[in-house]
Design a protein around this ligand. Structure first.
Ligand code: FMN
Length: 296
């Protein structure tokens, strides 16, 4: 009896330890990760700045997953009308396709832009042209912000240069910086002050109707990218130059500066104007047709 009364506290302590051990074990993950698993996880979460977080877009397919009453479908009955088509002779088609290729083959990214003013109506027409792009379910998920105010251009430059310096020095990595060396680009973006217009193209990740309901913008990034291509062609056609720029990590700051709503994400920034008199460009060559086309 005396032995039992001595042993009881010891048994209680042992019992507590066993229960404690079992509780701790039950909270551990079921399998211990191998070094291979760890490498896989690391490479999955690897920072891939060319897929800028600003550009990541899970709205196309999954937008309706977190569906709530704020989302609306456009179910209006749309009349269909005859299509009017401009048909050319084969000779004319050939000539026009050749002429258009010649025009577009002269397009180059120009990083030295003249301050010379450009008529505002030309810019309006160029943006109108970009707005003719096809878009997922005709949602037209684009906003073109045209900036000509010198102070606003300068604010944009300050944001872009600050982030671009960090991009070049830290985020982009040695390989990317080496790949860009031949283009002689860096984080100094004088053209942001100098170009008569900056066009900032935002994709609308979803639409907001006048009654505040949200509307799905299918494939919004592809749609806006197509409209940017048409915009580049329209600028070339008007005799203006630009450089397609995608200022990494600047999207949120520029969105706030330009007072754009949260459903808009910056995709591309285009400085627009005439080329500077002493503008230079890298002597790049384009792949021949055989390298870019597969005819089956
Ligand atoms: C999606 C995309 C992003 C680009 N980003 C930049 C950029 O941030 N800065 C820049 O100077 N050029 C940028 N460029 C321009 C490319 O460097 C240029 O198009 C390429 O070197 C080919 O030259 P070209 O446009 O004269 O044919 C970008 C082009 C594309 C299509």
């Amino acid at each position: 009896m005396a032995l039992l009364s001595v042993l009881t506290p010891v048994l209680v302590v042992i019992l507590c330890l066993v229960i404690g051990f079992m509780l701790v074990k039950s909270r551990e993950p079921e399998t211990t990760s191998t070094s291979q698993d760890k490498t896989k996880a690391a490479s999955k979460s690897e920072f891939r700045p060319w897929v800028d977080q600003d550009l990541q877009d899970d709205t196309e397919i999954t937008a309706r997953e977190d569906e709530d009453d704020d989302w609306v479908d456009n179910e209006q009955d749309l009349p269909h009308v005859p299509y009017s088509h401009q048909r050319y002779t084969e000779e004319t088609m050939l000539a026009r396709s050749q002429e258009f290729y010649t025009l577009m083959n002269q397009r180059r990214s120009v990083r030295f832009i003249s301050p010379e003013p450009v008529p505002r109506e030309v810019i309006d027409n160029v943006i109108r042209t970009a707005g003719t792009a096809p878009s997922g379910a005709h949602t037209e998920p684009w906003t073109f912000v045209v900036v000509s105010d010198p102070e606003m251009k300068h604010q944009i430059r300050l944001i872009v240069e600050e982030e671009e310096e960090v991009n070049y020095r830290q985020r982009m990595g040695d390989k990317w910086v080496r790949d860009l060396a031949k283009l002689r680009t860096n984080w100094i973006k004088e053209y942001l002050d100098v170009a008569p217009y900056l066009v900032l193209i935002f994709k609308q990740t979803y639409g907001i109707l006048p009654n505040s309901q949200k509307k799905t913008h299918y494939y919004n990034e592809i749609s806006v990218s197509i409209s940017c291509g048409i915009l580049l062609a329209a600028l070339q056609n008007a005799g203006l130059v630009t450089v397609t720029s995608t200022p990494l990590n600047c999207g949120p700051q520029l969105r706030l500066l330009l007072k754009r709503p949260a459903n808009e994400k910056l995709l591309i920034l285009l400085p627009v104007g005439y080329p500077a008199a002493d503008a230079t460009i890298p002597d790049l060559k384009r792949k021949p047709l055989d390298d870019i086309m597969v005819h089956i």
